[in-house]
Design a protein around this ligand. Structure first.
Ligand code: PLP
Length: 378
């Protein structure tokens, strides 16, 4: 019998959940922007948008201040005030708060216990004539299957506003997400696939939607100080765009590294009883923004104890997310019934470190720690 306390030793240096990184020359480019003194959106932003548009297969791309603003704008362009909008019950708060800020009413749809994504059967049940849009959240990089979505959207004439905050680089049936969608919304928060500190992007295929996004993100201004509609200040900026351009040149490298770590985790976790990784949907090649696992509820493992032990071993282990959207006090008035699977996942999931600079040795340490901790409680 192992003496557990001798095994639960912290690894020497803390293994972090995510780790943004930039090229050396980005410092010179930022210095150039600072010396030039033109900080608001300009040529770097146009280049960043162009690069992003080409990479994601979209027709139009607009840089914005963050992913929440991207969703807010995408929804404003797609829904009428008061219309119902389907949102998965398991996501980051912004997937729902943006609906409310855009004048819609979130309707929470339960999720699949294995993929953690919107359950399309539940979406059918919750859709009616007053439903105007659906927000598929491609959670942790896993893509919501498009076939089911498109069928539902066609039947009820729904707009689809993709929450792709965590899905830059994910592909579905070999295609980039922007190639399929009316509107896709991305985030460049530091834990995302690429980061600009804070930032986001709206992409679309439609010239009309693109034009509206462009107007709304900049106070509805059509010429200097002439405003044809009331918009917002959701603009990006030049420093963020320099960072974004740099990050885009590294995107393929980031994806390759994340996918190779995920392949290793998939194999290794397959041998750990009681812990099951998120199931990637058929046709998806995930970007693995997070590598999230679920403790098997049948095994009566305590997620919080596992997370605490992992952290004590110097391995940053996070919970995405500890509450379902239906459990958020700020959303209470929109909740008509619980989302049972989402609420169960919120008690049982946790994310282990994954980022392009995680070494093979660190990944092995993560697995060793996880195995040791889980077997402690089995
Ligand atoms: C699923 C999801 N949607 C929306 C957002 C909002 O993005 P941001 O933090 O850039 O506003 C995030 C980011 O945290 C997210 O993870």
């Amino acid at each position: 019998m192992l003496h557990i306390d001798s095994v639960l030793k912290p690894v020497e240096a803390r293994i972090r959940q995510c780790r943004p990184s930039f090229s050396r020359h980005v410092v010179d480019e930022i210095e150039y922007v600072l010396r030039r003194g033109m900080l608001r959106e300009g040529t770097c932003t146009l280049r960043f948008e162009d690069c992003f548009r080409k990479r994601t297969g979209a027709q139009y791309a607009y840089s914005v201040s963050n992913g929440t603003a991207a969703l807010h704008l995408g929804l404003l362009c797609c829904i009428e005030p008061g219309c119902r909008v389907l949102v998965p019950g398991f996501s980051f708060i912004a997937s729902a708060s943006a609906v409310v800020h855009a004048g819609g009413v979130p309707v929470f749809v339960d999720v699949d216990p294995e993929t953690f994504l919107l359950d399309i059967d539940d979406a059918w049940e919750k859709t009616d004539e007053s439903t105007g849009a659906i927000v598929p959240v491609h959670l942790f990089g896993n893509v919501v299957p498009y076939d089911g979505l498109l069928e539902l959207a066609e039947e009820y004439d729904l707009r689809i506003v993709h929450d792709a905050a965590q899905a830059l680089g994910s592909t579905y049936m070999g295609a980039e997400l922007g190639e399929f969608s009316d509107v896709s919304c991305y985030s460049f928060y530091p834990s995302k696939i690429i980061t600009t500190g804070e930032g986001g992007m709206v992409t679309t295929y439609s010239e009309e939607l693109g034009h509206r996004v462009e107007l709304l993100k900049n106070h509805g201004e059509t010429e200097k100080y002439l405003h044809t509609l009331l918009g917002y200040n959701f603009r990006g900026n030049e420093v963020a765009s320099v960072l974004g351009l740099d990050q885009m040149t590294r995107l393929d490298y980031f994806l390759e590294k994340r996918r190779s770590i995920a392949r290793y985790y998939d194999l290794a976790i397959g041998n750990i009883e009681g812990v099951v990784p998120q199931r990637v949907t058929e046709g998806t090649e995930s970007c693995y923004n997070y590598y999230t696992v679920r403790v098997d509820p049948a095994m009566e493992l305590d997620r919080d104890m596992i997370v605490m032990d992992m952290r004590n071993m110097n391995i940053e282990t996070l919970v995405h997310y500890p509450f379902a959207l239906t459990e958020q006090p700020a959303l209470r008035k929109y909740v008509t019934e619980p989302c049972q699977v989402a609420e169960e996942l919120a008690k049982n999931v946790f994310s282990i470190p994954i980022h392009p600079y995680l070494t093979k040795r660190e990944a092995e340490q993560v697995i060793l720690a996880l195995r040791t901790v889980v077997y402690r409680y089995l």
